[in-house]
Write a protein that binds this ligand. Structure first.
Ligand code: ATP
Ligand code: MG
Ligand code: MG
Ligand code: MG
Length: 439
């Protein structure tokens, strides 16, 4: 992408409405724009990051055996009347009427709809286990939307729903998601800690929230410091191996970790003082096992091997991609801007042409930009005629992992400078060496 042809509306000033660093940087880098309270557009740079986050989530969901579909945002109230949640959900639910005066709602979550899909076509235990997920917008009329897309009213959620014949099988499904989540957050460059959690309006009794420690987090959390060093399950994890997954679950729940709602002060105080972490955290994922809470009122049953009908045991599993993007920034930035982990960076590298219009600089820049693009990297080329200082500031602000700096003196010697955004390290290299190193 040539910056001169791109749409990346950088803000020079610090936006006054932004209270936390991720919100400030997302606005300044031109990633998002607020359209009304708690409702955002994702501008091209933000959309690139969001797509990369979603791609990693999707890969890990698929690896664990979950299957993607897409449900609508608008739902009929009838299903929610069946489950009994239409009245219970309260003011967070946006309720609307269509032209026939039929009550509709903008889905805050999809347990009812997926249970309806399931009951309409799955009749036998032979079709289980089943885990269906989608990545779709949700609406919750939050009392206090704030911090940009960290707590918005319209937001994206990956929500998965598992169906099993027995409680035991459902707990294996739960463990699959538990492991998939550990892998997902790790690939996004973050350490998320699973903590015992309250179930809120989703219901159930077996639940973990995945929390990223950050001073600006809205949750108060308590955990053992050992979590920082626990190993992440590898890419070769066998998701069908019941005992292996249970082993990972037990390891990752072997130390104290709870949100304030579930906090047990006595148990926490029993941990040696130097090993206790009492911190703020951001909830980036939440998994629930809730048994027959929805299958019972909605009549979702399958024939078992005994020839009898059984209510299915269900769980649901959420991740918030539009919250993850600011959470990554909270965890990874400096005074000059964002520092993207390579896995979600909007571009892999930016070529900064310090003297656009100079034949030597233009030729070297387009060569590097072209060849690295052909090699499969997502490349940005700053071909604008801004001052060099402004170009460096922009590159630092948007946090692209590598900057290739092309200046007239270097080019005359066949060399360019390579800067690592995270470490700040710079090295001077021949043009072909830069292409070989990054390509
Ligand atoms: P919170 O406690 O922050 O209000 P929640 O517990 O209500 O979140 P869940 O119902 O568990 O949320 O939804 C699953 C995931 O969806 C959350 O872990 C979070 O990542 C994301 N999410 C929930 N509400 C929002 C929101 N208002 N804005 C952005 N992401 C959200
Ligand atoms: Mg909430
Ligand atoms: Mg919560
Ligand atoms: Mg939650």
């Amino acid at each position: 992408m040539r910056l001169s042809r791109y749409f990346m509306p950088i803000l020079k000033e610090n936006p006054k409405e932004a209270e936390i660093v991720s919100h400030r940087l997302m606005l300044r880098a031109g990633m998002i724009r607020q359209q009304s309270a708690g409702i955002y557009s994702w501008l091209p740079l933000g959309k690139r990051v969001l797509d990369k986050v979603n791609a990693i989530i999707r890969e890990e969901q698929n690896r664990s055996g979950a299957i993607e579909l897409l449900m609508p945002t608008l739902q009929s109230a009838e299903l929610w009347q069946e489950s009994g949640r239409y009245d219970d959900y309260g003011k967070e639910m946006l309720r609307i009427k269509d032209r026939q005066e039929r009550p509709m709602l903008y889905g805050p979550t999809n347990e009812e709809m997926i249970t309806d899909i399931f009951r309409s076509s799955v009749k036998s235990y032979k079709d289980l286990p089943l885990n269906l997920y989608h990545i779709q917008l949700k609406f919750r009329d939050e009392i206090r939307p704030r911090f940009g897309t960290m707590r918005s009213r319209e937001f994206l959620m990956k929500d998965a729903y598992s169906f099993d014949l027995t409680r035991e099988a459902a707990l294996h499904a739960y463990n699959k998601m538990f492991v998939a989540y550990l892998r997902t957050f790790d690939r996004l460059g973050m350490r998320a800690i699973p903590m015992r959690a309250d179930t809120g309006p989703i219901g159930g009794n077996h639940s973990h929230e995945f929390i990223i420690l950050a001073d600006t987090g809205e949750s108060e959390v308590f955990c053992h410091k050992d979590f920082v060093d626990f190993d992440i399950p590898g890419i070769d994890t066998d998701f069908d191996d019941v005992a292996a997954l249970q082993g990972i679950f037990e390891k990752w729940t072997s130390r104290y970790a709870a949100t304030s709602e579930m906090h047990d002060a006595a148990a926490f105080d029993a941990i040696a003082e130097g090993e206790r972490v009492c911190a703020r955290g951001i909830e980036v994922g939440h998994i629930f096992y809730f048994g027959t809470k929805y299958s019972e009122p909605m009549g979702a049953k399958v024939l078992g091997p005994d020839g009898k009908e059984h209510l299915v045991h269900m769980g649901s599993y959420g991740i918030g991609p539009t919250r993850l993007v600011p959470a990554i920034i909270e965890a990874s930035h400096d005074e000059n801007g964002i520092i993207w982990p390579q896995s979600v960076a909007p571009f892999d590298a930016v070529v900064i042409n310090m003297k656009a219009g100079d034949a030597g600089c233009d030729a070297a820049s387009t060569k590097i930009y072209g060849e690295l693009g052909t090699a499969g990297l997502d490349m940005l080329y700053d071909d604008t005629d801004d001052r060099a200082g402004a170009k460096f500031a922009t590159a630092d602000l948007i946090g692209v992992p590598w900057q290739v700096i092309v200046g007239p003196r270097g080019v005359a010697a066949g060399e360019v400078e390579l800067k690592n955004r995270r470490t700040g390290e710079r090295e001077t290299l021949p043009i072909d060496a830069v292409i070989a190193k990054l390509g």
